[in-house]
Ligand binder design. Structure first.
Ligand code: PHE
Length: 337
């Protein structure tokens, strides 16, 4: 039996042992109680007397050699970096980078605008998207014959009691005023719904932020100051603002508020329809009938309210020309924000 050949075979086996489990299998095979070394040792007495001495020494030599080789191999395999390399794991290989999501542009604008108002002392409040006809219309002094109550302009869900998808965030005015006494300073972000035909500037669902403030001695100039700070924070210090007389049933006086065109700076371009101004929101002093409906004394309290469309603000701020882009979930679009 050629001990040298056996040792060479064992060395090859050891080199191929790439895990502690495989090494253990080899240990049992060669050094175990019924392993090769034990077998060779047991065969010594069967040899011719003159061969025993030399063969015995060779087997002993092999055994101590194997003990060293196994010990070294074990050290290499367990835990160390060397072990990893022996395990054929390429620790230099770059990992797989996880795809990170990001905040939707509409949510970014909502966060930014709510941040501006909370720094002025407003609270953020939310309301349900399914509303009563009373909160969406009646409580806001919107008369029964008003066209916005028409089924062409509002999604109705149920006849009695009349439930609908809110067509603006103003019903949260009614909810908040019924729940709390003045002073109140609240902003309300949220989704609203209108059965509009979908095109580049209309969707059946969009987002608004409502704001209102009620206390004693609140004047129109408070509204102007608040909105002016808001517009400059969102669009920059140089932005100009103007109030155009308008009508809303729940405010009196009412206004539509424009900012100087952020593209042409007021000179007139295709974005502002050559007017130099862009409409960004509706506003006004809260109508006494709204106060009466919620049980506030209109002689004692005054307040202002405003409401703006978020998609429109986001489109102006980022130069987006189609509202549908926000909701198509196209990553080529969303990744830019
Ligand atoms: N609710 C109005 C709209 O959706 C906006 C508005 C809110 C106007 C508050 C005045 C005061 O058009």
């Amino acid at each position: 039996m050629d001990i040298k050949l056996i040792q060479a075979q064992i060395e090859t086996d050891l080199a191929n042992a790439i895990s502690p489990q495989l090494l253990e299998e080899l240990r049992v095979k060669y050094l175990g109680r019924k392993g090769l070394i034990a077998e060779l040792t047991a065969s010594i007495p069967t040899l011719a007397a003159q061969e025993r001495g030399a063969f015995g020494r060779e087997v002993n030599g092999l055994k101590s050699k194997l003990l060293t080789l196994f010990a070294e191999k074990e050290k290499n395999l367990t835990g160390s970096i060397q072990g990893e390399i022996n395990n054929n794991i390429d620790i230099g290989m770059p990992g797989i980078a996880p795809t990170l999501g990001s905040v939707h542009p509409i949510t970014q604008i909502i966060d930014e605008i709510c941040g501006i108002f909370t720094r002025m002392g407003f609270c953020v409040v939310e309301g349900p998207e399914v509303e009563t006809e009373n909160n969406n219309f009646t409580g806001l002094n919107i008369p029964l014959e008003h066209p916005s109550r028409d089924a062409f302009d509002t999604f109705y869900l149920k006849d009695y009691p009349k439930l609908l998808l809110r067509s603006h965030t103003s019903p949260v005015q009614v909810r908040a005023m019924k729940a709390h006494k003045p002073p109140l300073a609240i902003v309300v972000p949220g989704r609203v719904y209108r059965p509009d035909a979908v095109d580049a500037s209309h969707l059946f669902m969009f987002h608004q932020i409502e704001g209102f403030l009620v206390d004693e001695n609140i004047r129109f100039s408070d509204l102007k100051g608040t909105l002016s700070l808001f517009a400059k924070s969102v669009f920059g210090r140089d932005i100009k603002m103007r109030f155009r007389p308008h009508f809303f049933p729940f405010t009196e006086p009412s206004a539509e508020v424009d900012i100087s065109c952020i593209i042409c700076k007021g000179k007139g371009c295709s974005v502002c329809g050559r007017k130099g101004w862009l409409e960004i929101l509706g506003a006004g002093m809260i109508h006494p009938n709204v106060f009466k409906h919620v049980g506030y004394d209109p002689e004692k309290y005054t307040g202002f309210a405003f409401g703006m469309g978020i998609e429109r603000i986001a489109m102006l701020k980022y130069g987006i020309n189609d509202i549908r882009l926000f909701f198509e979930n196209d990553l080529r679009f969303l990744n830019q924000f």
